[in-house]
Design a protein around this ligand. Structure first.
Ligand code: CS2
Ligand code: MG
Length: 403
């Protein structure tokens, strides 16, 4: 099974996706996701110009060797662009190997460790009342775990809150990044009232998650965690900027609130102290951004030594290919925690035909061989790339803040 072609597609069915399709000399195809939200064309060029030519003629079964060749072999290691490109190749080769074996991918990863993958849904609202309606909608869909994000009075659109009736989507189809306002003190005053309202309406059993999106200092995060403990959050996510692992040691000293992080990490080394020093409870990297199934499995195996569980990043900017890969891993891992589930835009179903399914707060990758995703090339061509940057955040005096 030698690689005969490696084609890169950038399509925009509702939002942008970068898809790699590897074709073998015996006519099989494998898919990988290389979507890097707002920087899609950089990964597409990396794959087309620097990776695809090296793949032709290689043994498609040699997954580990290909991973090491693309990681160690280039000298310039790590980084979101490189690791998304490696992830796409790795995922496509696992898809091919599982198809050749005639099995769903989770069987090659050790088989199912559970009957289904528990998921959390997103609820948001410009006001607390709107948020409560949104939580009620998720609960009615069967979710027992819900991420809550609410607007802060006076700030206008903020991270996690939908602009209009549709689901929340941070990237905007416009030439330059939208600007959002931020005020940490207003947020810190507001968020305990959000948790109080959610607990008051939905009781103690609902698992309530919240994403801080990297905006606080360690001491602000520590205080927030301590304040929210009485509401028993399932986790607080990305409380401080991701570059400084030691920040979470300060947070940990002051609160027992569970901490989740990792969606912007791209290698196990980004977790080096977080895992060894037990500073987190959930590791949130994705197949798409952390170097593929091979690399993410290693991150979770390392985390398992310290009772840290998986919580794979699953926003709409992970394509159905990357999302299916996550579900296979989730089903097989022993230290699975929970899976984020943010449905894709409706048009994505024209381009990606998926075997995975959602029911009653849970997902299953399905029994189709490989990942269980078919890519419709003509449909993708009907949805050409459109630039869609992520927002930037500014304080009242114009200073750029962490988004
Ligand atoms: C997020 C994302 O899913 C999450 O928890 O923080 O929505 C994130 O903002 C996007 O993936 C950015 O591309
Ligand atoms: Mg997040």
């Amino acid at each position: 099974m030698k690689i005969a072609a490696a084609d890169v597609f950038v399509s925009s069915p509702g939002r942008n996706y970068v898809t790699l399709r590897v074709t073998t000399d015996d006519g099989r195809t494998g898919l990988g996701d290389a979507t890097l939200n707002g920087r899609e064309l950089a990964v597409a060029a990396y794959l087309r110009e620097h990776v695809a030519p090296l793949l032709i003629g290689r043994d498609a079964h040699a997954i580990e060797d290909t991973w090491q060749y693309l990681y160690r072999g280039v000298y310039w290691r790590r980084g979101p662009v490189t690791m998304a490109a490696i992830a796409a190749v790795d995922t496509a080769l696992w898809d091919l190997k599982a198809k050749a074996a005639g099995m769903p991918l989770y069987q090659l990863l050790g088989g199912a460790s559970r009957t289904h993958v528990r998921a959390y849904g997103h609820a948001n609202g410009g006001t607390i009342e709107e948020l409560l309606e949104s939580v009620a909608a998720r609960v009615a869909e069967g979710f027992g775990a819900v991420r809550v994000q609410a607007g802060v009075a006076g700030l206008g659109p903020v991270y996690g809150v939908a602009d209009g009736d549709g689901p929340y989507e941070p990237a905007r189809r416009q030439a330059t990044p939208p600007v959002e306002r931020w005020d940490t003190r207003a947020y810190l005053r507001h968020i305990p009232t959000v948790f109080a309202a959610v607990r008051d309406r939905f009781g103690p059993e609902l698992d309530v998650l919240h994403d801080v999106h990297h905006r606080l200092t360690p001491m602000q995060a520590a205080r927030l965690g301590a304040t929210l403990e009485e509401f028993d959050p399932y986790w607080l996510e990305d409380v401080t900027p991701a570059e400084n692992q030691e920040a979470l040691a300060l947070v940990r000293r002051h609160t027992t609130v569970p901490i989740a992080t990792g969606e912007v990490f791209n290698t196990v080394l980004d977790y080096q102290y977080l895992i060894r020093d037990q500073l987190i409870d959930f590791a949130r990297s994705s197949v798409t951004h952390a170097g593929g199934i091979t690399a993410l499995r290693r991150i979770f195996d390392h985390a398992a030594l310290y009772q840290i569980r998986s919580a794979v990043h699953g926003p709409s900017d992970i394509s159905p290919v990357g999302f299916a890969a996550a579900l296979h891993l989730d089903l097989a891992l022993h230290n699975f925690g929970i899976q984020e589930y943010m449905p894709h835009p409706a048009e994505a179903a024209e381009v990606f035909h998926v075997a995975y399914r959602y029911a009653d707060g849970a997902l299953h990758p399905g029994e189709a061989p490989g990942l269980g995703v078919e890519f419709d090339e003509p449909a993708a061509a009907r949805h050409p790339y459109r630039p869609a940057p992520l927002p930037v955040c500014r304080l009242a005096d114009g200073t750029v803040h962490d988004w």
